[in-house]
Write a protein that binds this ligand. Structure first.
Ligand code: GRF
Length: 224
């Protein structure tokens, strides 16, 4: 695929940017056929902005604290995203709740990665909560974004066994390793036109209904 045929994407971040970095690296290697048109952060201090800049990707800050109204923030965000005409909007540690109207505008073309095996443990602090709940298995999910926080249809999961001597930090590190393998793969599925979300919120994969999320253990991560 030539550079011009790459799927245009926009990535939204709020912080560290390690998932962003894995996407950038996979795109640079050629394994992930996307054109990252912009990286947008709602936080000016997000470390991920420096990662994007170093890779020569246009960055923008749309600081939510500058907007009194959530809707005004979202309008500004939507204008900036749509200027890039992305085929997919990728949330990578983007920490703002999005309203139903905003989300509907990107129906089927906005995804998020969340550090748990959804529907278990939506929300924050998932690794500590997984240990507190005594779970023996934890992981991460890539899902379509809907108005329900971390509640959209899940397309891909990676499972991580919880060890006896686990701390929230060790567990977070092992889950994050899987996130960095799974997100580029899920995005490439969009590039290849393999995944589709219908109006009723049902996913199809290669033209067949996806009744269970794909499991990274039975997929081939991209070579990057
Ligand atoms: C990741 O754990 C992701 O699953 C969650 O936020 C974290 C972002 O980390 N949504 P990073 O900014 O990609 O390093």
């Amino acid at each position: 695929m030539t550079a011009t045929a790459r799927l245009p994407i926009v990535i939204l971040i709020s912080g560290r940017g390690s998932n962003l970095e894995s996407i950038i690296n996979c795109a640079a290697s050629g394994a992930l056929e996307v054109d990252i048109r912009a990286v947008i952060s709602n936080r000016p201090a997000a470390a991920g902005l420096r990662i994007a800049e170093a890779a020569g990707i246009p960055v923008e800050v749309i600081d939510h604290t500058s907007y009194v109204e959530r809707m005004a923030f979202e309008r500004a965000l939507q204008v900036r995203i749509d200027t890039c005409q992305p085929g997919l909007v990728v949330l990578a540690g983007f920490m703002r709740l999005l309203t139903a109207g905003f989300v509907a505008h990107y129906h089927g073309r906005m995804v998020n990665i969340h550090p748990s095996l959804l529907p278990a443990l939506p929300g924050l602090d998932t690794h500590r909560r997984a240990l507190q709940a005594g779970l023996t298995e934890h992981g991460a999910s890539v899902h379509f974004v809907t108005a329900e926080m971390d509640g959209g249809p899940v397309l891909l999961q990676a499972r991580v066994p919880v060890r006896n001597d686990e701390t929230p930090d060790t567990l977070a590190g092992r889950v994050l390793e899987q996130e960095h393998r799974m997100y580029p793969l899920a995005i490439q599925w969009f590039v290849d036109g393999r995944i589709f979300l219908d109006e009723n919120g049902h996913i199809s994969f290669d033209g067949n209904p996806l009744t269970q999320p794909k499991d990274l253990a039975t997929e081939n991560p991209l070579p990057c």
